[in-house]
Design a protein around this ligand. Structure first.
Ligand SMILES: NC(=O)c1ccc[n+]([C@@H]2O[C@H](COP(=O)([O-])OP(=O)(O)OC[C@H]3O[C@@H](n4cnc5c(N)ncnc54)[C@H](O)[C@@H]3O)[C@@H](O)[C@H]2O)c1
Ligand SMILES: [Zn+2]
Length: 383
């Protein structure tokens, strides 16, 4: 799918467990009819954060009302720090108090926080009810709404509690992005750069040449980016729905990125932290011989052109990053796993074909330290 349209994702191994991702300008008006087709239910529980509920809650409820079924809006306060067990419990309790039961479909209307939280409510409510994802940020449209990862953060461990729960339908309406703050838009672009850097050199070059339009939110460019990113993510998720192999490539930038996000006390947006994480990890990859020289510099140019802030917090140390990354769920038997490109458009694999790499602890600390020093020298032309 290179333009707006429909992608069908077949998630093996469960037969019939396929879902459509629809990218359609103005599509929110068709939410009700699309739900009636793809996720029929007697009750629709619309979950949204306070900001998105104010902007689009009414329109979503009106459209869902066309199903003729019960519809109700459940709101939680906007912000990453509300992707929490407490918010999950409060929403689940609210659904129960309102008398919602097994015949419910949860509809998550919002950014990645809402999608992850609403998805986890759906995954656990009455042992699991279907979820429809209606992403409203660039990040959620290009990445998080597709693929079935749901969950909440534990104190200092991002996404530590969660489950795979694939949606029954994803409806991305790029027109909803007009109200999104520009810095939120550019943060979302980081996830597309990530996917392209690991698997699609053609998309990477298209992003590079379209960066001015993407940064400015040109609707045609953004719609095309969403459609292409969804197609790419769908291929990865179909190949490896539960992240036993290739899907790990989508974690490029996230081992360091999650650490930076946590260390910043969430003052860095997720996408910004991922962009900085990619800068560090590509340099680390170059230093340990996994990544072709020049890859990190090329990434810097494209991330800067997309409007992402490249400057790193001067107080960061490699030890601090590794400690913070140690509580990340991707830590396995104490050893961090890194997903790193071999070159733009291709993931580095181990000799045995694995998609992630472990780097011996003391070497990792010194090489990451060196990567941190070079990444901190942002050329004036990119600052
Ligand atoms: N499940 C996955 O596979 C996956 C993948 C990538 C990221 N994530 C998660 O996604 C989260 C980040 O998502 P995000 O960046 O979308 O953050 P977010 O959901 O917090 O949204 C950012 C802000 O924008 C506001 N907003 C949303 N849509 C808007 C609109 N159309 N107009 C105006 N304001 C709007 C929200 O209220 C919020 O304040 C992180 O928690 C990350 O871990 C999950
Ligand atoms: Zn991410």
């Amino acid at each position: 799918m290179s333009e707006a349209g429909r992608v069908r994702i077949v998630v093996p191994p469960v037969p019939g467990d396929a879902y459509d991702v629809i990218v359609e300008r103005g599509g929110l008006a068709r939410l009700g009819s699309l739900c009636a087709e793809a996720a029929p239910a007697h009750a629709y529980a619309l979950i949204s954060d306070s900001r998105v509920a104010e902007l689009y809650g009414r329109a979503a409820l009106d459209s869902l009302g066309e199903t003729g079924q019960r519809t109700e809006l459940f709101v939680f306060p906007a912000g990453e720090w509300n992707k929490s067990r407490q918010a999950w419990a409060e929403l689940s309790d609210a659904l129960l108090s309102a008398g919602f039961g097994r015949d419910t479909v949860v509809v998550g209307l919002g950014g990645g926080v809402t999608g992850d939280l609403a998805g986890f409510v759906a995954a656990t409510f009455m042992r699991g009810v279907p979820v429809v994802q209606v992403p409203t940020t660039v990040l959620a449209m290009v990445d998080s709404a597709v693929g079935g990862k749901t969950g909440v953060d534990a104190h200092d461990a991002k996404n530590a509690i969660g489950s795979f729960h694939h949606p029954a339908l994803v409806l991305a309406d790029p027109d909803l992005l007009v109200t999104l703050a520009p810095f939120q838009r550019t943060a979302g672009l980081a996830e597309s750069v990530k996917m392209a850097a690991m698997r699609d050199a053609g998309l990477f070059e298209w992003i590079a040449s379209s960066a001015p339009e993407l940064r400015d939110g040109d609707p045609d460019a953004i719609t095309r980016l969403i459609a292409q990113s969804v197609g790419l993510k769908a291929a990865v998720v179909e190949a490896d729905p539960k992240e036993n192999g290739e899907r790990a490539i989508l974690n490029f930038g996230h081992t360091a990125g999650h650490a930076l996000e946590t260390l910043s006390g969430f003052s860095l947006l997720h996408g910004e932290a991922v962009a900085q994480g990619m800068r560090l990890e590509a340099r680390l990859g170059e230093r340990v011989g996994l990544t072709e020289g020049g890859t990190a510099d090329r990434l810097d140019v494209v991330l800067a052109a997309c409007g992402l802030p490249l400057e790193l917090d001067p107080d960061l140390t490699s030890r601090g990053i590794l400690d913070a990354a140690g509580s990340d769920k991707k830590a396995r038997e104490g050893a961090l796993r890194w997903s790193i490109p071999a070159r733009i458009g291709e993931a580095a694999r181990t000799e045995s074909g694995a998609w992630t790499h472990s780097i011996q602890a003391s070497r990792c600390e010194s090489e990451l330290g060196a990567a941190l020093r070079t990444a901190s020298e942002v050329p004036d032309s990119l600052a």
